[in-house]
Each structure stands twice: as structure tokens, then as C-alpha cells.
Design a protein around this ligand. Structure first.
Ligand code: UD2
Ligand code: MN
Length: 327
């Protein structure tokens, strides 16, 4: 994330290419976003997203069931031991619908370090949310266990690489922060061969009740790419240590590799985001502007093809697969 990235880096997708349930919404149609949260008028005038949307062209299955976000759990041990709310969950946080409506296999990749309470609430909600869509999925927690600065982008690369090894049939990857909880049961998780998708466009911040903030001009939070899209962009950069810049860098490499980037419409990409302080070990990266200035030159020689890490263990837990990694 970086205030300075021009939103003109994003592409417009013409309405004709849209064929999913998402396509009925436009950025100016805010009625569905107000169902559970209210949007302040300053918010509406302050943020004018320039990007039009998106469209998964994969066969997404939209649930008609209302999804109620549950923000109550905060203890991961409690969740692991006592809450048996998910039927037929396979070892390592995988699930397959009894009767698949679509053939989509999704890997949810979470960059992670010491966010136990966020993880508990995330798992509680996201399993339910995904199962309502009748898609096959696995949740991967990529846990950076070394003492270095946090490297969100590098962890995404590790997650992609390791998830591919484990589930070669997975073809759609969600690069997903742990503190974003879906707040719209009709939002479908799938990839589009037309564009890399930015999902978290309308964020209700737990810290600022009553306002939904427009994140359409950013490319962080949650993005979805097919394996080939991600490989074409050479993944994320490995050079961003600490907070900021890595998401903007990813948008640049998507564009540099000749691919499109699109937003899920503001009315659909609704999430709750937890209030939190800046984590120790994830202080703002003072080099981020310099690095962003170099992306065009460096993206081909920095990314998936220069990934350097050690997997300390892979733990197949009840609700997720944990990949413990050091750089
Ligand atoms: C914004 C972006 C985020 C990322 C970040 C800059 C949105 C909605 N969010 O979020 O995607 O680009 O700026 O780096 O656009 N994490 C841990 N432990 C840590 C530190 C981070 O688990 O010690 C993980 C966790 O999944 C978290 C994510 O990294 O959600 C992003 O870090 P953040 O929540 O501190 O960043 P934030 O909220 O400023
Ligand atoms: Mn956050």
C-alpha cells in the first residue's frame, strides 16, 4: 500500500466480458453495500474509484444464503479444540463439496506471524463462507518464524510454491490477509483468466464503525490469480521487508507482464478489517519508494524465480495447513 500509486495503472473491463453474478453490480450501485453497514456521505464523495470491474469468467457458484459474520471468537486454541462446526473437513483445512457445482480448486494463501486472535476469527468465518459457494479449497497459513522483518510478499511466493507442490490440481490462488473477513455471502471466490482480481475493495474497519472505506485504488488485502497469471508476473517481489509497497509492486508486475488488473465492484468486495497496531517486526519499509521505482527493471529477476527460503515444518492442522518458514 502506498498513497502515491496512480489508479490509472488499473484497466477497465468492458461490460461485454462480464458474465458472472458479480457483473450486475456497478461501482456506483451502493445499495447492497449498505445492508449491514452504513456509508457516510463524506465517504461517498471522498472516494471516486476509477476502475471498473471485474469479472470472473470461471463458473462461480453464488450462494443465496445470507452470511452472518461472527466476530466473537478470539482464542485459536478454543477453536482448534472445541468448535466442530465444519463437516467433512479434510486434514489440513481442505474441503470438497459432496456435489461439486464447479470444478474450481482454490488455495487460500495467508501471510502470517503472531496474529492468533485474527486467525481464529478468520477461520471461523472463511470456512463457512467458502463452503456456501460449493468450491473445493485449502487454507494455507504461511508462518514466518524467523527474526527478520516481516516479508508479506515473500510469504505469498512461498505459499504459492508449496501449495502447488501439495495440490497440483489447484488452479486459483487467493493471496489473502488474515485480518479481512468477508462480509457479503453473495461474493464468490474465483479467478478470471481476463485479469488478476483485487477483492478487498469495500472495507468496513472495525476501528471506525459506520464507514465503509473504498480501497479500489489499492492492490493489497486480497488478490486472486490463476497459477499461470502468477507465474507470468514472476510472483511477488522478495525485496520488501517490513510494511508497505509490496502490493503496489505486484500491480506493476502484473501490468509489466502484459496482464490486466481489475477490481471486484465496491458493492460486492465487502470485508470487515480488524483494528490493530503496526506489528513489531513489520515497521514501515523506508526503502519502499526506491524499490517501487525499480520494479520495471527488476521484476523479471526478482520473484518466484529467485525465491530463497527454508521450510521448517508443514503441519496439517484441523482448520489449515501451516507452513513454517524462515528466509
Ligand atoms: C495494508 C494492506 C495489506 C498490505 C499492507 C502493507 C489492504 C486492505 N491492506 O494493510 O494488504 O499491503 O498494507 O504491507 O489493502 N501480518 C502478520 N503478522 C505481522 C504482520 C503482518 O500476520 O506481524 C500479515 C497479516 O496477514 C496481515 C498482513 O500481513 O493482515 C498485512 O499486514 P498489516 O495488517 O499490518 O497491514 P495493513 O493493515 O496496514
Ligand atoms: Mn491489517
Amino acid at each position: 500500500m502506498n498513497e502515491t500509486l496512480p489508479s490509472s495503472n488499473m484497466v477497465k473491463v468492458s461490460p461485454e466480458t462480464l458474465n458472472s453474478p458479480l457483473s450486475n453490480s456497478t461501482l456506483t450501485t451502493l445499495s447492497t453495500a449498505t445492508e449491514s453497514r452504513t456509508i457516510s456521505s463524506t465517504q461517498l464523495t471522498a472516494t471516486k474509484p476509477k476502475v471498473t470491474q471485474a469479472p470472473p469468467n470461471a463458473a462461480c457458484y453464488a450462494s443465496q444464503t445470507p452470511f452472518i459474520v461472527n466476530l466473537n471468537y478470539s482464542d485459536i486454541d478454543f477453536l482448534e479444540e472445541n468448535v466442530d462446526f465444519i463437516e467433512h473437513l479434510l486434514e489440513g483445512g481442505s474441503w470438497r463439496p459432496a456435489q461439486a457445482v464447479s470444478t474450481i480448486n482454490i488455495s487460500i494463501i495467508i501471510p502470517y506471524r503472531k496474529r492468533e486472535s485474527h486467525l481464529a476469527v478468520f477461520l471461523l468465518n472463511v470456512h463457512k463462507f467458502l463452503q456456501m459457494q460449493n468450491i473445493s479449497y485449502t487454507i494455507f497459513i504461511v508462518n514466518q518464524v524467523d527474526d527478520k522483518k516481516f516479508n508479506r510478499a515473500g510469504l505469498f511466493n512461498v505459499g504459492f510454491y508449496e501449495a502447488q507442490k501439495m495440490n497440483s490440481s489447484h488452479d486459483c490462488y487467493f493471496f489473502h490477509d488474515v485480518d479481512l473477513i468477508p462480509d457479503n455471502g453473495n461474493l464468490t471466490y474465483c479467478c478470471s483468466s481476463d485479469a488478476v482480481l483485487h477483492y478487498a475493495t469495500a472495507i468496513w474497519r472495525h476501528s471506525a464503525p459506520g464507514e465503509i472505506k473504498d480501497y479500489s485504488m489499492f492492490f493489497g488485502g486480497i488478490v486472486a490469480a490463476t497459477a499461470s497469471q502468477f507465474q507470468k508476473a514472476n510472483g511477488f517481489s522478495n525485496r520488501y521487508w517490513g510494511w508497505g509497497g509490496e502490493d503496489d509492486d505486484f500491480l506493476k508486475r502484473v501490468r509489466a507482464s502484459g496482464q490486466n488488473a481489475s477490481n471486484i465492484p465496491f458493492a460486492d468486495g465487502r470485508y470487515v478489517m480488524f483494528k490493530h497496531d503496526r506489528d513489531k517486526g513489520n515497521e514501515p519499509n523506508g526503502l519502499r519508494m526506491k524499490l517501487l521505482g525499480e520494479t520495471q527493471k527488476t521484476w523479471k529477476s526478482d520473484g518466484l524465480n529467485t525465491l530463497n527460503y527454508t521450510v521448517l515444518s508443514i503441519l496439517k492442522k484441523k482448520y489449515y495447513t501451516e507452513i513454517q518458514v524462515s528466509f
